[in-house]
Structures are given as C-alpha cells and as structure tokens.
Design a binder for this molecule. Structure first.
Ligand code: CDP
Ligand code: MG
Length: 718
C-alpha cells in the first residue's frame, strides 16, 4: 500500500544526527515548505477563503466554480477544516471521478498540512484505503463513497461532502448527486445519532454483519440528532446553472482562474493519421521551440504505448545532444504508483513528454506544461438500449473539452496548443459532453441503488434522467442474471453478493457461478486479466517473434483459456505457487524478465495480479473457496457460457456472426485467437465499434449449452 509519508515532521532523531548532510536536508525541507506556503498564498482561491467559509456556514449547499488550477481541490477542504468544520469529530469527504486525482491530491494536501498521509489527511480508492480513525480530510473516488453508503446510508461519519469535478458528469457523480440530495434531506429532518464508529469495510464483513450494521445505523438515526450535512459541488466549467437548479436554486461562488495566454494553432488540412501527426508535432516542438514540457492527449493505453515506442525509435536517429526527451504515460488503467511518474520533474536539461488520456484534462495538475497537443479525439462509452450493447468508440471532443485541454498549457506562463485539425472543424464540435449516464449500460447503477434500498429507479431524482428504455433494459438484465426477484427486489443471496463485489454485475455473477462450477480460480484469473488493457504486446519491429510467443499460450478454446494459460505460466516461471504476489524484488525481476521473453505487457500483468488478490479477498470473505478445475477446460467453458450467455453469437454462412441477444451482425476482432478458426458458436465479453462491429475476448462453446445452462433466456430447442 503506498502509504509513505509526504511531509516529514521534524523528529528528535533528526536533531541528534546532525552533520552536514543532515543540515542540507533540513534546509531543503524548509525551502520546500516555504515554496509550498508561497504557492498556496498565491492561488486564486486564497483571496476568497473568508467568503467561502462564510457561505458554507450560511448555506447547506454551495456550488463552487473555478478554473482548473485555481486551488479548489487542495485548498477548500483545508479552509473548512481550519474554520472548525471537523470539531465535532466528523470528516470532510471529497469525491473525485478518478483514482489518480484522489491519490495525488491527498498526498499534496498531507504535505501542505505537514502530516503523514493516512492520518489527518488520507485517501481511499477501490482496493486501496490509506485512512485511519484520525482522518478528517478524506479524498476518495465517487464510486467508493457510493459503496460506503451501502453500509452507512446517511453517511453519518461526514459533516461535509464535496463532490469535486462535477462537470465531468461521470455516472457515479450523477448517482451520487441524487443520493446526497436524499441523504441531506433525511439528515436535516430526521432525528439521528452519533456515527456508527466502524472502521470495518464491507470486505471485512459477512452478509449478515452488513445487514445488521445497516439496520443499526438506521435505528440509531431514529433515536438522536444527527447534524445536517453540508454539501459542496465543485466544477471547472461554467455549468453552475444546471447544478444550482438541480439543488433548488443553490448559491454559486465563482473563483477567478489564473490563466496565461495560450496560442492556439490549427492544421491547414484534416490529418489522415492523427498518431503520425502527434509524433511529428512532438518532434517539431522539441527541435524548434524553447524549454517546457509537452502534454499530448491520446485516446487509450494502446495508442499511448505505440506512440511511446515510436518516439524512442525516432530519438535514436537524432544527434546525441538532441535526444533529451523523457516520456511518461498516464491513463486510468495504469497502477497508481506508475501514474505518479508523470508528476516527477524531468532530469535537468530534459524535456518531459506526457502521453495522457483525458485524465489530464481536468483531474490532475501536472506542473511544467507549456505545450499541449490535441488531436481532438476521445474514447467514450456508448450504449444502445435497443440492442442492450455497450461499446467503446473514438469520437471528437466537445468544445468544452478542447478548451480545457488548451488551458493546460497556460497555467504557469504563456503556452501553445496545437490542435491537430483545421480551425473550421472546431465550430462543428458540440458545446459540451453528453453525461455518461446517458450513454452507458445502467445495470451497475441499478444494482447499487437497489442495494441502497432505492427501489423506484425510474422515479429516482437524477439530474438528467437516463432514458426509460435504458433503465428497463438494465432491470431485465439483472433479472436474467438472477440479481433481482420477479418483483424486481434485490435477490438473496445472489443480488446482495453481486452488489458487494466491486465489479460489473456480469463479472460478479460469473464469480458466483464459478464457485458452483468449481473453477473459481480460473474465473478470478479471467476477470482480473479482463480488468486491465492489453496483456499481449506486439512491437512493430519484432512482430513475428511476438506472434510466436502468443501462439505458445494460445488455446483452441479461445481467449479466456489463453489468458488463464498466460497467468499460470507467469506464476510457474517463478517456481513458486501459482498465486505469488509481486511485492518481492527478486520475484518482480524474474517476472519482468519472463514478460520480456514472452512479449507480455509486464505492467498490465502485474496490475492483473494485484486485482486478482484483491478480489480473492472479497470472495473469500463471502465464504467462497477458490478452487481450480485444473485442466478440465470443458467445465470452465461451460461456466463461461452460464455467465456470459447474454453475449453469445452464432456463425453465419458468410463467415460473419450474429449476436443472438441483439441480432447485430458482428465479426471476430483480429486480436482474438479464434480469428482464423471461426467456431460455430461463441460467447464474447466486449464489443468494439470502429468501422466494424468487432467482438473481443471469446470462447468457443457448444450451442446446446445455452438452453441447458441459461434456460431463463434460451427456450429449449424442442
Ligand atoms: O482543483 P483546482 O484545479 O482548482 O486546483 P488544485 O488541484 O487545488 O491545485 C492548485 C495548485 O496546487 C496547482 O496549480 C498546483 O500548483 C498545486 N498542486 C500540486 O503542486 N500538486 C498536486 N498534486 C496538486 C496541486
Ligand atoms: Mg480540482
């Protein structure tokens, strides 16, 4: 767990050691403190501290709007803490849509407060909790606060909740807004009590314990007075009106941003290959412009990794003294420790090139950026409620996104933004991004709301209502998965178990089924491996070797078994039990070596192994035992069929496939091990829409298994 202290309070030991080195270190520490203190005082938000504190005191809901970098996330919680908002022992909870923001900001604030991370200031994200009973300023993901509400429905441990980056309108933020509205109303009207002082997370508890804790909290709430909840909604763009209306005309405070001029440059023609154009622009800046780091916005991990390699390939061809570039990737699937690399300054004389997804648009402040490269695209979720299919597509950004991106170049001085499209195209972009809740499958949301005791999903007070059809489709899906009873209540135990696992409902169900099929170990591997991007790695210059390496793991049964093979082989190469963790340095070295030899993405594999052990913890707490089916892949494939029956497809005479549930015509993605063999019937996990409907992560199945293993959906053939 990354819980290293950021601020080091001077200890008596330090004084005793003395010595020049020690003195130097102390001087550096003081210099750093002075710098931080100066930086804080010069932040735009510093001048409105009083006003904000007054407004929060007077109003139960406040909207705070200010440009990225004005100091909202780091300073506002400290203002409230210093003004005594935690005197009653309650905490200030600050939600972030992204893990990386929760972690980096908590570290920064701990340093600013000169405390050890996890004490007064801490963070909690899925699978990583760095807080303690003394934590008063807690940064967390919005999804995590939703899960906390499952155990503590009135969020009684918080006196203030700040929903940060609300403009991002992630599906979790939107659900949270509705929930907080309800909680606030209940808390200001109900007679309630002191918080249930429980440091246990749901992972540590059995089902019965969870239920008993919930009812205790509710009972307690009926007995004594609970303080009203203060709610603050923070947003970067100017959408205060929408939030204010939703919260019954709540007051908004505007914080002036600090923005230096940014020169916006466009291309003359549309770029046929935006990756190539990005690469050219990086080198153009590097060779022609003065010092300053570059931030390039790309759409995902694969793109980032391929550009990273191309940059290094090209650097080798430059004269020695012009090669001073370091590249750092940052995207949400990257483990937090690695995301932190983007924040480290480049070695002296080097230029840092940050290759980021839209994570760097508003969530994080990376110092030193002077140049932004914006190809104008973003990977977004898209959902078709008619077919019930969700897919990832690459679409143009909105105007608001383009402006956010260019703004990143002007935080510390004048900057330049290279938009890799013609100026005329900017006018065609939509003004703002469609909230995620309107373009994703809602099964997860519906399951969470049901688990929170909110049964009327259609009547739930969403800021922007998802379509009725999407909700109905999700209810249907949950019914088919057995999470709901016939009258649409959460089923016991399956529905409750599914709601407790921090996974998509379909994967939670897969684990529950795998327990019955005695192949939980294999399903855990698959779920973990599918939770990370690109396990296999195909460098252009060694493509044949990489293909041969993958072939050695390939199973004619499909991609799931192939992933199991990779995972098992990686564990065996270490000569230890299958389930070694990657904490040990020697193990890590061996694993890295093995990954290089086998063209496996070490970063992704390690991440998958971490996820494995975390989910293993959850299922074991739920009383399941992790058994393996060994080499009985027939059993495992039958289990996959029982789990993913909604995603089955049959081969058509022309070699294409028809997805049975949606009726869509789809084809096998070239990356699948079944791309050539084209079996008669398959189940798949993912639909990727580019110019074709591609399906990825497949397993060959017998079509007769469908009516046998999913009779609730497939009528018997007779
Ligand atoms: O939330 P908002 O975008 O308004 O600003 P913030 O995240 O509070 O950041 C304010 C300033 O704190 C930034 O401009 C950085 O100078 C600094 N900061 C930092 O150095 N390291 C971080 N991890 C976060 C913020
Ligand atoms: Mg912020």
């Amino acid at each position: 767990m990354p819980s290293l202290p950021n601020g080091h309070p001077p200890s008596s030991q330090n004084h005793q050691k003395g010595g020049k080195a020690q003195q130097h270190q102390q001087q550096q520490l003081f210099a750093r403190k002075r710098l931080i203190s100066q930086q804080r005082k010069s932040l735009p938000i510093a001048s409105v501290e009083r006003r904000i504190v007054d407004e929060v005191t007077k109003n139960d809901i406040l909207i705070v709007v200010g440009e990225t970098g004005s100091g909202k996330t780091t300073q506002l919680p400290q203002f409230l803490f210093n003004a005594g908002f935690c005197k009653n022992g309650k905490a200030i909870g600050v939600t972030q849509p992204r893990r990386v923001a929760a972690v980096t900001v908590a570290k920064r604030v701990a340093e600013e407060c000169n405390v050890e991370l996890g004490q007064k200031v801490g963070y909690a994200i899925r699978f990583d909790d760095v807080t303690s009973s003394s934590t008063r300023i807690k940064y967390m993901t919005d999804g995590l606060l939703l899960r906390e509400a499952l155990l503590d429905p009135l969020l009684s441990r918080y006196g203030v909740i700040i929903v940060d980056e609300a403009h991002e309108r992630t599906v979790h933020t939107d659900v949270l807004l509705g929930l907080l509205k309800k909680v606030q109303l209940t808390r200001s009207h109900s007679i309630a009590t002191e918080p249930v002082n429980n440091t246990k997370t749901d992972v540590d508890m059995s089902n019965a314990e969870v239920n008993s804790q919930r009812s205790n909290t509710l009972k307690a709430c009926q007995n004594a007075k609970l303080l009203p909840l203060k709610l603050i909604i923070m947003s970067a763009s100017l959408d205060a009106k929408g939030f204010s209306e939703y919260f019954g005309g709540a007051k908004a405070v505007y914080v002036q941003g600090r923005q230096y001029p940014v020169d916006i440059l466009y291309t003359y023609q549309p770029e046929p290959d935006y990756l190539d154009a990005t690469l050219i622009t990086i080198f153009q800046i590097h060779l022609e412009e003065g010092p300053g780091d570059i931030l390039a916005f790309l759409t995902g991990q694969e793109e980032i990794e391929s550009i990273e390699k191309l940059i290094h390939g090209r650097l080798d061809k430059l004269p020695e003294d012009r090669r001073k570039i370091i590249t750092v990737p940052i995207y949400s699937a990257l483990p937090s420790e690695q995301q932190m690399n983007a924040f480290k300054p480049a070695p002296s004389g080097f230029r840092k090139v940050i290759l980021a997804t839209n994570i760097a648009e508003t969530s994080v402040t990376i110092p030193g950026i002077k140049f932004v490269i914006d190809p104008g695209l973003v990977k977004a979720r898209s959902y078709n409620p008619v077919t019930g299919t969700e897919s990832l597509i690459i679409i143009p950004t909105s105007k608001a996104q383009a402006q956010q991106r260019s703004g990143r170049a002007g935080r510390e001085g004048p900057g330049k933004c290279f938009r890799l499209y013609p100026e005329s195209e900017f006018g065609n972009l939509s003004d703002s991004t469609i909230p995620e809740i309107k373009r994703c499958n809602l099964s997860n949301v519906v399951l969470q709301l049901k688990a929170l005791g909110i049964d009327d999903i259609i009547g739930f007070d969403f800021m922007e209502k998802p379509s009725r059809m999407t909700i109905v489709k999700s209810l249907e899906q949950l019914l088919l998965l057995g999470a709901l009873t016939d009258d649409y209540k959460l089923s016991d135990p399956i529905g409750h178990q599914m709601a407790r696992l921090p996974l998509d409902p379909i994967y939670s169900k897969a684990l529950i089924l795998a327990n019955e099929f005695k192949c939980l170990e294999e399903m855990l591997i698959v779920v973990s491996m599918l939770s990370v991007e690109s396990i296999f790695y195909f460098p252009r210059e060694k493509i044949e070797e990489a293909r041969a390496a993958r072939k050695s793991f390939s199973s004619p049964d499909g991609d799931h078994v192939t992933l199991v093979n990779v995972y098992r082989a990686s564990a065996e190469c270490l000569g230890k039990s299958r389930m070694v963790t990657t904490k040990d340095k020697t193990i890590e070295r061996n694993l890295n070596k093995w990954c290089i030899e086998n063209f496996i993405n070490a970063r992704s594999l390690k991440h998958a192994r971490d996820i494995y052990s975390q989910i293993q913890g959850h299922v074991q707490q739920m009383g399941m035992s992790v058994t393996s089916c060994g080499d009985d892949m027939l059993q495992f494939r039958r289990c996959l069929t029982a789990a993913f029956f909604l995603n089955a497809a049959l081969k058509q005479p022309d070699g294409m496939y028809r997805a049975i549930a949606s009726g869509q015509t789809v084809q096998i993605h070239p990356s699948s091990v079944l791309f050539r063999s084209k079996p008669e019937c398959i189940i798949f996990n993912e639909l990727v829409r580019t110019n074709h409907n591609y399906i990825r992560n497949l397993t060959r199945i017998d079509p007769l298994w469908l009516p046998e293993l999913a009779p609730q959906y497939y009528a018997s053939p007779n």
